[in-house]
Design a binder for this molecule. Structure first.
Ligand code: PLP
Length: 443
């Protein structure tokens, strides 16, 4: 009997005892290809020697010093590294312990910014349906996934949601990408006007939607239009790159490919690659100046923020990505993965869409390709695919509720950036077998 409350109350989990490269090893010595990096976390795979070495070095020097008393060399170096790689205009980093904490901090920064600027009436946050921003209460409130929110609704702050930019599900037949991008972005302006432009704090969106909809990239100039609309009404743009950022899509930040700079950006997951819990908010110079010249501080804080071990891990991960030119591998292996998935599933009766960027790819299941109708959620197809994949030594991030939080199934792939061509081919082959087995067993 376990004394842990696992994610599923009665789950009997395999015990992970080791890791090597892109594989995890359980207590029976079974090896699993980590094709999802857990949840798009393990960008350098497992037990990377450069990160282990940096962690040992930091531990021998100093594990922790409270940020109310000290800064540390490691945290300062990490911030220098993050700002050197950030889009122009993002000049400071705020280090926390994960993605939800980063989103909470970004929302509070956005609110405090307007208080400092003498606009305390601004109170509304707009986000998108089918987004996920974390499970703490404000992040959950901002998220647009109905299933995750439902039972906690009475506890959630008021937030507002517009439709996502999700071409496979929302682009009309015959509608051009440009027309669809314009229509999807217009939903933001309509919502701002409805709420009252001087009352809106921020628009929050994942640059490429991750967990809840499965590697959904924006279309055409959607984000440039979003940026313009935010600027028109003085609304802050917060891009949540907790999952899609830090190289996952082939550029350090996913927003580089959109040609936009947010006012606030959240990062986590691939920042520390799972070697330590860490997240960060990158904030604009304007927001920093508002705090510095106003009250003099950002009214927030956590005991473990700026943790020296976490900063050491993240710094080592980020330096390794540059030293080994891994973003080039993300782009090349991402193309190979997409091609492999198209060859294996392109004519599959029950795969409706194969999408994504870099090493951030997904396949979406349909009962019928013509109508794009989803499988009955009661079949729990995504859980069956995950089960069949694990049986074949393959980890994939399978999820249901792709369309609206209830209907739809997809599998998200987010393998480590160190993956090679043979391993990509093995991922596709094992996933193909797992999908066929899950579909055959659906009764
Ligand atoms: N934001 C996005 C886009 C995410 O995908 C996640 C986690 O999946 C979070 C925030 C929350 O991050 P964490 O689980 O580290 O709190």
């Amino acid at each position: 009997m376990s004394h842990l409350l696992h994610r599923a109350a009665n789950a009997v989990m395999p015990v992970a005892i080791g890791g090597q490269g892109i594989e995890l090893i359980d207590a029976t010595s079974k090896r699993y290809l980590d094709a999802s990096g857990g949840a798009a976390v393990s960008c350098l795979g497992h037990n990377h020697p450069a990160v282990l070495e940096a962690l040992h070095r930091q531990l021998d020097k100093l594990a922790y010093a409270h940020t109310g008393f000290f800064t540390t060399e490691t945290a300062e170096k990490l911030a220098d590294n993050l700002i050197a790689g950030a889009p122009t205009g993002l000049g400071r980093a705020y280090l926390v312990s994960g993605g939800s904490e980063a989103v909470e901090a970004a929302l509070k920064m956005a609110r405090q910014y307007f208080v400092e600027k003498g606009q305390p009436q601004r109170r509304h946050v707009i986000a998108r349906r089918q987004s996920f921003h974390g499970n703490t209460l404000a992040a959950l409130a901002a998220g647009g996934n109905q299933w995750r929110r439902a039972q906690f609704l009475p506890l959630l702050i008021e937030t507002h949601h517009i439709d996502p930019c999700f071409a496979y599900r929302f682009q009309a037949p015959g509608e051009s990408d440009e027309a669809y991008a314009a229509r999807a972005a217009q939903a933001l302006e309509d919502k701002i006007l409805q709420l009252g432009p001087s009352e809106v704090i921020a628009f929050l969106a994942e640059t490429v939607v991750g967990a809840t909809a499965g590697a959904v990239p924006p279309v055409a100039d959607y984000f440039r239009r979003i940026r313009e609309i935010c600027d028109r009404y003085g609304v802050l743009l917060i891009l949540d790159e907790v999952m899609c950022g830090m190289g996952r899509t082939g550029t350090l930040h996913a927003c580089e490919q959109e040609g936009v700079t947010p006012d606030l950006m959240t990062i986590a997951k691939g920042l520390g690659g799972g070697y330590q819990p860490i997240g960060a908010v990158l904030l604009s110079d304007a927001i920093f100046e508002a705090f510095a010249k106003g009250s003099g501080f950002f009214q927030h804080g956590h005991t473990y923020m700026g943790h020296a071990m976490a900063a050491a891990a993240a710094l080592a991960v980020q330096e390794t990505i540059v030293r080994d030119d891994l973003l080039a591998n993300v782009a090349a292996m991402g193309e190979r993965l997409q091609t492999g998935l198209e060859q294996r599933f392109g004519n599959h009766a029950h795969i409706g869409d194969i999408r994504g960027r870099g090493l951030f790819r997904a396949v979406e299941f349909v009962a019928d390709r013509g109508s794009k109708q989803a499988f009955n959620p009661a079949l729990k197809l995504n859980a069956a695919v995950k089960r069949e994949a694990m049986a074949r030594g393959l980890m994939v991030y399978a999820m249901g509720g792709t369309i609206d939080g209830v209907r739809g199934d997809h599998v998200l792939l987010a393998p480590p950036f160190i993956i090679g061509p043979d391993e990509i081919d093995a991922v596709v082959e094992r996933l193909g077998d797992a999908v066929d087995a899950a579909l055959a067993g659906r009764g």
